[in-house]
Design a protein around this ligand. Structure first.
Ligand code: ZN
Length: 998
């Protein structure tokens, strides 16, 4: 026969759009609408329900950016509808393509009982099925007029991202507020046709199954009377029964659908709005679970659960009931779905401690899977942390966003820096917003890299980013796809249920070693510098606060601030969410983050001060408190004592207006341009810098990526560069032994102070930044030939190549470090340490003299204009240090020193550390009291150099028992016999937590 495929497909599309969808609600009557708009921020539910209202007409404009309007809609079900199914259809002025990115609502009964959320894909509230007629309907809607920040013309700078700049122009027009008859047969016909039509599209043009579907669709369309769709929909459905009941082939791919709503804890909306987004989605999902017996919904991020519990107790009651039934499933085990590149070792651990503990305490659920669908890359230290938290599986789909290389597996073992392996799954559906579209289902099956040996994949199903969740249409399509010829099969499942099947069918999956680098969003290591600094400072201050408070509790009987530390940790962890710490949120979020970090710094400094005063007592001695994990200037790690004087630095002028700094260990020449032209290691008798090249060189690039401005830096940024070599002034600094350099460029200025501290060249940089779409780098060309370099990560470091032999290496043109980057030739190395920057790049050239220049560049500042048009404008301070002759151990130690400056107090006597270790390779990352309030001391440490360590840990107090625990301080073994000296043997990068009983 003739091929009429495209004709039938076009026919299907038009009939669906123009005749079937409008026929779902064949009859309707308008409801009466009244409104009250809250004067400022959202109000409690009771206040919104009780507020005086005024009439508003459908079609009227409403909703200033970020405002809240409380609508009251009332109506009477016509008696003529007796026996029919009736719904309220509530359209706030939605654009159906943007669920979660525009206005939203939560529907309540007049008594405040939450009913369900409203979004573009969920505009209905069931009134009765069947109705008796004459029912009085009254609903209340808490409607948020969140503006559209990201739309069809994406990445255009906008002032809508902060209520302080967004103005008051109404954003929406009330579109429909009706009571309507719901024709379930038409609704089902639409889903039948969508499933058949979408599957048809995905099958090969020459397949018999496709032809069968085409013919069945054609027959179904023939059966519809286009002038009376509602009367003929049943007959049309009958034509599809045969093709929709043909079972899947035995080798069909098997999809575990997990109901989900990826909700960004802040992004194009402020934190306070996420509190409400979560309540809306959770209300929708508890309602859907009640209607759909096979459906399962999973929600991650303990913080979001805690928000429901605290702010929406009525929603919480429904959620906990559904959890008890095993259908609303807590998944993952982190406080938020954080970034995993930048959080420090302890913070990454605490994401799991607080996340898992919440689910254990509230529900008795101890998850083994880590749920991070949207995080921008995964540091190689993570597997060990996952395991130490008592988990063993990871899910993400984000690596499918890589622009250069295609990851070779979807199910595999991921091996971290210490050798820990976690079972990892990348859903081949390549989205966390699966909608059960045939294209997505077919893509998952085709894309799955492990076919032949494995058959299961997971599909997170539901509207996400801004929330919304799974719809009844998705559930209906999943039912049709349960066992359907030509398609992958679909079954609702919990994440744990999926992983159990995936592990069982694939006992020997392939292994991927090292970081899971996302070849995109590399600028998230730099954008919003103050948010990143706030994170790093908070991490350091928390370390200090725990250390000194624990020491004061044991030594001086001071009260330990359990609740304060718990709250502060959770706040810091929240801000590590994958759009806050990465700098990709609207201005409002980052403005609040800066204020929050400042308040935390004050509070933590107060805690530290209280503890140190309790320890020092009043006295005449100048005591230096050393919170670093290594002894410094004669002060033991974790103790306080008078410090030995440092090495003085002589400063001599150079003929060109520069200066020479010399402390007997290093001789550093700063030229008349303020650049470091020599850094001579006097012990090794070796120059650090390549001949004729200068370090401490600020470089300015144009930086206008093709999209995702705050997220992305595209490789072509390197094509143009301005070296900032002109100095306004180079003088010997106000502080003895230092040189001060000032420069101006564009609308900006920089002041740097260069000084020596032992074997460290310290560079303090203050930038007054007023550029647009620029990238500022600080360059250190080094006379070192090395195939690879090390960058610190959680509980260790990971290596990356200095060359670009393959596309995998070339794609890592901007990467993450924690406190140091280190490279070396055998016997001699060099490091750059920092107090708050994360982005860097390393390149290499071979010189005419045959030597190799390896250039390390630190990323200081960017100036993207979306989503925050004023990103990074203003004053910034950074501290970096160049370490000529540094081993990895030196880099580790100096990194800690730079991040944990000494605190000086006058006191009566020295303070001995609570815990000491006799091997500098073993780094203690946390000393604290146990979270259970027992008074036990918890010590966490790891091997920091990538080698083995055999050390003795010594407690400075009587110890009644020593227990190896997991991160949650749960025992992993029987307590060992007491003793102050504890021998420990560690593998490379091995992490250990000990609980010391008192
Ligand atoms: Zn996200």
């Amino acid at each position: 026969m003739h091929d009429d495929r495209t004709l039938v497909e076009a026919r299907l599309k038009r009939v669906l759009d123009e005749r079937l969808r409008p026929a779902v609600y064949p009859e309707s009557v308008p409801m009466d609408v009244r409104v009250w708009t809250a004067p400022g921020e959202p109000v409690p539910v009771a206040e919104g329900l009780a507020a005086p209202t005024e009439p508003i007409a459908v079609g009227a404009a409403w909703g200033a950016p970020w405002a809240t309007s409380w609508f009251t809609v009332t109506g009477t079900v016509p008696h003529a509808w007796t026996g029919r199914t009736v719904e309220a259809v509530l359209d706030l002025g939605f654009d159906e393509n943007m669920p979660g990115f525009q206005c939203e609502g939560l529907v309540y009964l007049p008594d405040g009982t939450p009913v369900k959320g409203l979004n573009p894909r969920n505009q209905w509230v069931r009134v009765g099925a069947p109705v008796t007629g004459g029912e009085q309907v009254e609903l209340r809607i808490e409607a948020a007029s969140n503006p559209v920040v990201l739309d069809y013309k994406p990445f255009v700078p906008t002032l809508l991202g902060d209520k302080e700049t967004a103005g008051s122009e109404p954003q929406y027009r009330l579109a429909r507020m009706d009571l309507a008859v719901f024709d379930e047969t038409v609704w089902n016909l639409i889903l039948d046709l969508e499933v058949a039509g979408e599957l048809m599209h995905e099958l090969p043009a020459d397949s018999g199954r496709r032809a069968e579907l085409t013919r069945a669709v054609d027959r179904a369309l023939d059966a519809i009377d286009l002038q009376d769709v509602n009367a003929t929909a049943g007959a049309a459905r009958a034509e599809l029964t045969g093709v929709l009941s043909a079972p899947a082939v035995p080798s069909a791919h098997r999809i575990s659908a997990v109901g989900h709503a990826h909700i960004d804890s802040a992004w194009l909306w402020p934190l306070r709005e996420t509190v409400r987004k979560v309540a809306r989605t959770a209300s929708n999902m508890t309602a859907l679970l009640a209607d759909e017996p096979e459906f399962v919904f999973a929600m991650s991020q303990a913080q979001q659960w805690a928000w429901i519990k605290e702010h929406r107790p009525e929603v919480w009651a429904k959620v906990t009931k559904a959890v008890a039934a095993g259908r609303f499933v807590p998944t993952g085990g982190m406080w938020v779905e954080s970034d995993t590149n930048m959080p420090g070792s302890e913070a990454m651990a605490r994401q799991f401690v607080h996340g898992k503990r919440f689910f254990i305490d509230e529900f008795g659920v101890d998850n083994e899977e880590v749920w991070l669908p949207d995080t921008f890359g995964f540091a190689a230290g993570l597997p060990q942390i996952i395991k130490a938290a008592g988990s063993k599986r990871l899910l993400t789909q984000k690596i499918s966003w890589s622009r250069t290389n295609t990851f070779p597996h979807h199910t595999f073992l991921w091996e971290g820096i210490d050798g820990t392996r976690v079972f990892t799954h990348f859903p081949p559906v390549d989205t966390y917003n699966c909608s059960m579209n045939g294209r997505e289902i077919a893509h998952a099956a085709r894309n799955f890299k492990d076919k032949g040996v494995a058959r299961h994949s997971l599909a997170p199903t539901g509207w996400g980013d801004g929330g919304g969740g799974t719809t009844r249409e998705m559930v209906a399509k999943a039912a049709r796809l349960r066992d359907l010829e030509g398609s992958a099969t679909v079954t609702w499942e919990t994440p744990a249920g999926f992983f159990a099947k995936a592990e069982a069918e694939y006992p020997d999956p392939p292994v991927w070693v090292g970081e899971l680098y996302l070849e995109l969003h590399r600028a998230t290591l730099t954008s919003q510098a103050k948010t990143k600094q706030g994170n790093r400072r908070s991490e350091s201050l928390l370390r200090e606060a725990e250390l000194w408070a624990a020491t004061a509790a044991v030594r001086a009987g001071a009260p330990y601030p359990y609740e304060q530390l718990d709250r502060i940790w959770k706040t810091v962890l929240l801000h590590q969410f994958h759009d806050i710490l990465p700098g990709s949120s609207i201005a409002w979020v980052h403005r609040e983050a800066r204020a929050t970090y400042a308040a935390l710094a004050d509070e933590l400094t107060g805690l530290i001060d209280d503890a140190q005063r309790a320890l020092a007592v009043d006295g005449p001695h100048e005591l230096v408190f050393n919170a670093a994990p290594h002894a410094r200037d004669g002060v033991p790690a974790g103790g306080a004592a008078p410090a030995a004087p440092g090495t003085p630095t002589a400063v001599e002028p150079r003929e060109d207006g520069g200066f020479v700094l010399d402390n007997g260990l290093l001789r550093v020449e700063v030229d008349g341009r303020g650049l470091i032209v020599s850094a001579y290691d006097q012990r090794a008798r070796r120059e650090t810098l390549p001949p004729g090249q200068a370090a401490n060189l600020l470089q300015l690039h144009q930086d206008f990526p093709n999209m995702w401005d705050a997220w992305d830096v595209d490789e072509f940024y390197r094509n143009t560069v301005a070296d900032l070599t002109a100095a306004d002034e180079v003088t010997d600094g106000e502080r003895p032994g230092s040189v001060r350099v000032t420069r101006s460029f564009g609308g900006s200025s920089v002041t740097q102070v260069i000084s020596l501290d032992g074997r460290r060249v310290d560079i303090a940089t203050e930038v007054d930044w007023h550029e647009t779409e620029k990238f500022l780098k600080l360059a250190f060309p080094l006379d070192v030939r090395a195939e690879r370099y090390a960058a610190e990560s959680q509980y260790g470091h990971a290596y990356r190549a200095t060359h670009t032999n393959t596309s995998w290496e070339a794609a890592k043109f901007e990467a993450c470090n924690h406190k140091f980057v280190h490279l070396e030739e055998p016997g001699w190395g060099v490091a750059v340490v920092n107090d708050s920057t994360y982005g860097h790049d390393v390149t290499r050239t071979v010189r005419e003299d045959g030597g190799t220049t390896t250039t390390l560049r630190v990323s200081l500042l960017r100036a993207p204009r979306f989503p925050d048009p004023e990103t990074d404008q203003g004053r910034h301070t950074f501290r970096h240090a160049l370490l000529p002759g540094a081993t990895i151990g030196d880099a580790v130690r100096e990194g800690w020193f730079l991040n944990l400056p000494e605190r000086v107090l006058s006191g009566a006597a020295e303070v001995a550390p609570l815990v000491t270790v006799d091997d500098d390779a073993v780094v203690i990352t946390a000393v604290k009291l146990a979270d259970d309030g027992s008074g036990d001391v918890v010590v966490r440490f790891h091997e920091s150099r990538g080698g083995r360590a055999a050390a003795t840990l010594t407690a400075g107090f009587p110890v009644t028992s020593v227990t190896v625990t997991d991160l949650l301080e749960r025992p992993l073994a029987e307590p060992e016999r007491p003793g102050r000296s504890i021998p420990v043997t560690l593998r490379p990068f091995e992490l250990v937590t000990l609980r010391l009983g008192r």
